[in-house]
Design a protein around this ligand. Structure first.
Ligand SMILES: C[S@@+](CC[C@H](N)C(=O)[O-])C[C@H]1O[C@@H](n2cnc3c(N)ncnc32)[C@H](O)[C@@H]1O
Length: 272
């Protein structure tokens, strides 16, 4: 099952290359930085607690869970009317108050905006211009199956710490925060109007360390940077260095290599 949204920092590539790192047996699945949920849709857990701090995102998941049919028919309507005029009026008119219309709006903009990534500015306003893609309903869409899976999940608008604090023995926590490193005052990555600061990284490490001591299974991805490694060192975690090439360009000369770090509680080859 593939995600129905495209998201900055999406982990589809990780699922393709590293799914052997996911435990096969666990109780509840907990994902506190949901984004497009690439790992969740791959794992398809029986019980899940999913969360994100982006209200539009959480509203969209709950919309699909509760009324996918209405969202699909609203997307059909957007498909019929799709044009410059329609795109910019959906983007700039007042936000719909109805949560289902609001969810359809988000999927519509996510699929048609420039570079296909839903971003808001510092005032929380979506301001990305129209992109080149015109398909609003995609052949891989299966909102019914997505809704059935989401019925087995609680999906909440909350800070990551509240979710990680709920992890008990044998729950599986997958944590993929926005990447920030220490001493990088200008380079914070912005996903929302709120920054993910270095003190958030420290708070995340503290909550994952506590969850581990309660017996939760942890897998977290982050930037491969000494400052991050130090937060988890000698706390019972294993590290795995991984790299990937960005898919921004097809020509090898302009493809960029990114180093990332996986922080995990279990031996790397346990579930191979
Ligand atoms: C790197 S993205 C996750 C991408 C996801 N793994 C995927 O495959 O699409 C990080 C997410 O964390 C969310 N986020 C940022 N700060 C947060 C916080 N304090 N608590 C919960 N979620 C937060 C952002 O809204 C964003 O969706």
């Amino acid at each position: 099952m593939t995600p129905f949204l495209k998201w900055a920092g999406g982990k589809r590539w990780f699922v393709h290359q590293y799914s052997h790192l996911f435990p096969t047996k666990f109780n509840r699945y907990i994902e506190p930085f949901l984004g497009s949920g690439s790992v969740y849709f791959h794992v398809k857990p029986k019980r899940a607690l999913l969360g994100d701090s982006n209200p539009d995102l959480v509203n969209t998941y709950n919309g699909i869970k509760n009324d996918w049919r209405s969202i699909e028919s609203l997307l059909n309507h957007h498909q019929l009317r799709h044009s410059d005029d329609h795109y910019y009026s959906v983007r700039d008119d007042e936000l719909p108050t109805d949560p289902i219309e609001r969810a359809a709006r988000m999927i519509y903009l996510n699929r048609t905006c420039f570079n296909g990534i839903y971003r808001v500015n510092l005032n929380g306003k979506f301001n990305v211009p129209r992109g080149t893609k015109n398909n609003i309903l995609l052949k891989d869409d299966n909102f019914e199956a997505t809704a059935l899976l989401l019925k087995r999940a609680d999906i909440v608008l909350d800070d990551f710490e509240a979710l990680i604090n709920k992890a008990k023995k044998d729950d599986f926590v997958f944590a993929d925060p926005p990447y920030t490193v220490r001493h990088n005052n200008n380079g914070f990555i912005k996903y929302n109007e709120k920054l993910f600061s270095w003190s958030d990284q420290e708070r995340l490490a503290r909550s994952l360390i506590k969850a581990r001591s309660r017996g939760a299974i942890i897998l977290s991805t982050n930037a491969n940077h000494e400052s991050l490694r130090e937060l988890y060192e000698n706390k019972g975690f294993n590290f795995l260095d991984i790299s990937r090439y960005s898919s921004i360009s097809a020509s090898s000369s302009s493809r960029k290599r990114f180093e990332e770090l996986v922080i995990l509680t279990h031996p790397q080859d346990r579930s191979k």
